[in-house]
Write a protein of this length. Sequence first.
Length: 231
Amino acid sequence: MTFDQNQHEQLHQLLGAYVLGGLSDDDHRAFTEHLRACAACQQELGQVSGLPRLLSLVDTQTQVPYAAELAPETAAAASVAGSSSTGLADLLDAARRRRRRRRSWFAAAAAAAAVGVFGAGAGFGPGLLNPPPVAEHYTATAAGSSAKVGVDLVERGWGTQLNLACQDMPVGEEIVVYVVDANGRELPAGSWLGTESGYSRVTGATALRPDQIRSIEVRTRAGDVIATAKT
């Protein structure tokens, strides 16, 4: 599925709520579909994906023992109160109010941090959470073909992500991208259907690391080479 620029901007604004789990079912489905074809959103999602863990620390930091919630003079008063249920109830209420105020303060601070990350386009998010992955860029072409494919190889923990920007591709044909290792082994890394405009942005994946990939080939399902690049 392809989106125009306005659709992209509208869906891109859902990124923050998507990470924090705040989307409705319909918006979640729409953004998930958009994410499959949008390299920019995929990269930004990778940069801020650790934010929920950061926010989860709010609850951890606010769960302190009851004794620590009481000021020294309040704790002493509790000891003097002894068996007085009314005095103890008052002390417990005071401690609960203090906990709520502290939890609200932490939550507000965390929410402000989240707004800062997403509102600034994750300007400081990569440095705070995860460094941006380094991509190796290649341009794939082939003799007798007008097609041109830009390929970014991004190393991941599970292998390599391939971000492809394709121009002048066969319309309506199934297209497959292969990676070839040092032993000549050809492994499919993704497939898609050529669009009417001949342009598409797609994401593929392979278990090979970037340094294990010797070439990239884009072919039709019938095996005709559309574009190729040596790495």
